[in-house]
Design a protein around this ligand. Structure first.
Ligand SMILES: [Zn+2]
Length: 148
């Protein structure tokens, strides 16, 4: 991914569930991010409504998609969003646990140390930025900043 490419987030779908630990409503939304109309990542955001203490998960399956691409061409990078009155912050986490949810779409998960401080981190934060600023559904995640 080069910085000159314009990234675009395209929402696909969403689902609702119940948080196993507290019974509150949970939501999952997903979509893809493309660069010059070529998909470079799929994203999955999961959070519990009105429960900022459950830090929302942001999972990105990054790599090649489409004809000729396989799970081996893609990997998972996982972040959590920590809501806060200051606008909140993102943190890269070890992807291993999250990978179980995405094992059909990518061959492996990056651990935090494989992302933080590397060139990949810049790409990941470009994806986060694009999603955060252009998928309108992120407003619901931002509401957790006020509930905190
Ligand atoms: Zn819960």
């Amino acid at each position: 991914m080069s910085e000159s490419l314009k990234l675009v987030a395209s929402p696909w779908n969403e689902s609702e569930g119940t948080c196993a630990c507290c019974g509150k409503r949970s939501k999952t939304i997903w979509g893809d991010i493309s660069a010059d109309e070529v998909a470079v990542a799929a994203y999955f955001v999961q959070w519990t409504v009105d429960a900022p203490e459950h830090m929302p998960n942001f999972d990105f399956v990054i790599g090649r998609w489409g004809d000729g691409a396989s799970v081996e061409d893609r990997f998972l990078v996982s972040l959590v969003f920590k809501p806060g009155r200051d606008g909140g912050s993102f943190m890269v986490i070890d992807g291993k646990e999250r990978w179980k949810k995405h094992s059909k779409s990518c061959a492996r998960a990056m651990q935090r140390a494989e992302v933080v401080g590397t060139d990949l981190a810049a790409d990941v934060f470009a994806l986060v930025d694009t999603l955060w600023l252009t998928d309108g559904r992120m407003a619901e995640v931002r509401e957790l900043n006020n509930a905190e």
